[in-house]
Each structure stands twice: as C-alpha cells, then as structure tokens.
Design a protein around this ligand. Sequence first.
Ligand code: HEC
Length: 333
Amino acid sequence: MRQVLALGVAVAVLAGCDGLVFGPLQKPGGPVSPGITDPGRLRTLTTAQVFEELKGTCAGCHADGMNKPFFASVNAFQKLLVEDTAWVVPAKPAQSNLLALLEGRGTGQYTQMPSTGDTFSKLAADGHTTVNMAELSLWISSLETQVTTPTGPVVDTYLKRKTAEQILNALYKQLGLTESDFINSDLDAIADYATRSPDDYFQKYGEKPGAANWVALGGPNYVEGLARKTDVGATFAQALTPISQAFCRRSILKSGNNALFIDAKLSDTSATAKASIENNIRSLHLKMLGQPATDDDVAELLGLFQEVEPKGTTTAWTAVCSALIRDPLWVFY
Ligand code: HEC
C-alpha cells in the first residue's frame, strides 16, 4: 500500500507499511519509543523533552519565521507557548487550553491542532506520535508556577517585544517629541515617518498619514480589520530602522529639545570633546535601555559615532540613537 499525505507544506510518502498512517508533517520513519502509550509507563518529561517530542507534529507549521513560531527553538516554545497561561497553566492540566486544543476541544479560533487532519490526541492514540496526552498532562502537572528559562542560547527575537503603542510612546517620551512634530513637520523626509494608529486619527485629522508605518510596527488597524502583530519579522525590522532614524533626527533637529543631549552638545566633535561624547553615550544608554553601559558598549557606540561623523554630528547622533532603539534591550522587555 502506498499512502500520500499532501498538506500544503509537507508531503509524507509512505511505502510498504500496511495499515500505518502518519500524521500531518510527521517524517517518514514513524513512531519511535514504542511502549510509551502504555499507561503504566508514563514518563515525566521536561519542557525541553516535550518540545522535542511535539516538534515532529507541529514544527511544519510553527517554525522560525512563521506566524506563530512556537517550535522555532526550545526557547521559543518556552516563551511563546509554555509561559503563556492562555495555553499552559502550570500544575493545572485541566485548565490548560493547549491540551484541549490537542484533543479537538479548543474554544478559540481553532478547535484542534494540527489544524487539519486528525487531532493530536487521535494521532497519539493511534501511535503516530512519540508522546501521548497522559504524558503531556503529567508534564503540565509537574511544571512549577515559577517557570525557569531553560539554559542554552537565548533566541532574543522570541522574547516579548514592545507593541506599536509602546514603541511610539517610548519614542515620543525618550526623544522629547510629540505627534505634532511629524504632522506639521516642514521636513518632508521626516513627515514620511509619521506613525499613527489609523483608528485614532480619523476623527482628529480626517486623513491617514502614518498608518502604513503603524501597521508595519505591528499596530492593529481595526477599521481595515488588520489584527495586532507582535512578531519580529522582516517587516517589523525593516520598518523600525528608518522610523527610529527619522524620530532620532527629528529629536535632534527640534529646536530647544535636548532630549538626546545630556552631557554633550551637538557641536561637540570627537576630535574636540571625545569625553563629553562618551559621557553622553553612557547617559543615553541608561536612559533608553535602562541599563548602565559597559566600557565595551560605549566604545562600540563611539565607534559608530566616529564612523558616521564625517557626515556631520546630526547624522552621527542619529546613528547612535537609532542603534539604541534597535537594541534588543529596547525592543524587548
Ligand atoms: C497544518 C499546519 C499546522 C500544524 C501541523 C499545527 N498547527 Fe498550530 N496552528 C496552525 C495555524 C494555521 C494556526 C493559526 C495561527 C497562525 O499561525 O496564523 C495555528 C495556531 C496554533 C495555536 C494558537 C491557536 C489560537 O487559537 O490562537 C497553537 C497553540 C498551536 N497552533 C499549537 C500547535 C501545536 C502544539 C501543534 C502540534 C501538535 C500544532 N499547532 C500543529 C497550523 C498548524
């Protein structure tokens, strides 16, 4: 018998195994760990093990770069799924929606996972997964309320990032700006980076400058039915770079605004006032990232400043300021 499962993203071809059907996205090779469905022999699994065991069934649709990259890494799994009480309530399997979803009893947007074909619990009962519902339940029971982050490389991009609102508020506050600095800006290049919720300005302005930037930062657009996004995909990264640069430059050019100049003046150059520039970098690091800069941090940012300095100190400070905004410490919290 030859069975072909085509599911858009993955195709499992199985030859010569009568009666065996693989679940969506499971690699040919099939169930391993025979015996684990024996209820007498339940294993108590760690989160990292659960990740490994679910991966075969889930990663095809939840890998790096996908909408919900729960299975991009063990850390993504931990941060996005295990630590989200909407899905997993430590020590309370009955209240954990993840299990309901795997059993086809989900009450949210989706009633089951995998989203197509058999439910996970059916696949597990039929022996097509390496972990069963009882073990998943036991795993959740064993999770302590204080979940500790697994060791290993931290995938920074999967920590929780600021929402569009938080980004905008932080930019305005840290850079000494207000919305009107963009709306009435005589600087065309900067007005292009106005960023505003389209749901907010309709009444206020009757037009919609800034909506595209808002949406690119992941802000919702309810009028047009676009949901909020909090992933850190290419769109976000590509939007944040020029937006941060425009906001920083606007801050520097705004007359009477010293938000970015705590220890140095705009006219200071690294040839004449290197110490002031270093001190200012230190102060900005603390102000914008909430953490004292190490000497290495200062040296790195000074290097950036000096690299751009031939184009003028406005551009050099724009580069430093924008680099701080694109620092993971700024973007994530
Ligand atoms: C065939 C593709 C596919 C597979 C396989 C799959 N999922 Fe999903 N899953 C989706 C889609 C599509 C969504 C909707 C969200 C999105 O990615 O846009 C989703 C959403 C989810 C959500 C959020 C549901 C909600 O209502 O917000 C969870 C939790 C989830 N999946 C867990 C899993 C787990 C655990 C597995 C493995 C057992 C799995 N998924 C396997 C396609 C899949």
